[in-house]
Design a protein around this ligand. Sequence first.
Ligand code: AP5
Length: 213
Amino acid sequence: AKPSPLRVIIAGAPASGKGTQCQLITQKYGLVHIAAGDLLRAEVAEGSENGKQAKEYMEKGLLVPDDIVVMMVRDRLSQPDSQQNGWLLDGYPRSSSQATALKKFGFHPNVFILLEVSDDIVVERVVGRRLDPVTGKIYHLKYSPPETEEIAARLTQRFDDTVDRVKLRLRTHRQNVDAVLSMYEDITIKVNGNVSKEDVFAQINNALTKLLD
Ligand code: AP5
């Protein structure tokens, strides 16, 4: 019988490199990338009622209430592609209530990857981050500069990527991470996220390869 597909959670401070690693993981493992922050930003861009409410919390660096986030993630996880190819959940769960909901809906990860990055690196990464609205690719002015002038000219910045807001986001992360970790202790892999994106990926790749064996 075909082995069941991988089910991965990736967690870490803001700008610890979750999205960057998810692009590398999906390229190699074909998992469906589900990022809570991206789903929320799509609602904000659409101008839906949920999006309007969510934006107020995101601007303050606070967790968006469960009544908006929990069902949104559950619906995406339940789609046939996630079930067939496996999933890579990015930035969810961020509280014990979200972890409990995930369990209740029957979604059980094989591994919980925690990216560990120091605070000063987080701030530097946030300030230099840019996004390509055409391809969705994540850049950094210093560490992953755009390949061409044309791409450079169209890059955008996220509304919550300022020094003040990242400090608030870091505080929210610190307040919640231990409660989430305690629910996944037996499947947690801690990864040093302070090194280059290739070196971070090597650690993750190693862990995922072992899991598949
Ligand atoms: P979300 O979008 O999830 O933001 P976040 O957790 O703050 O994480 P980021 O997306 O900022 O960073 P990342 O870790 O993906 O880093 P990246 O790879 O881009 O959430 C935003 C908001 O939505 C939250 O504040 C909250 O309000 C709400 N929200 C989200 N999920 C929620 C939930 N479950 N419940 C309630 N509310 C929720 O990298 C950052 C930069 O560094 C890039 O420029 C990149 O090029 C560079 N970089 C990456 N890796 C390296 C490396 N190894 N070396 C050098 N540079 C690197």
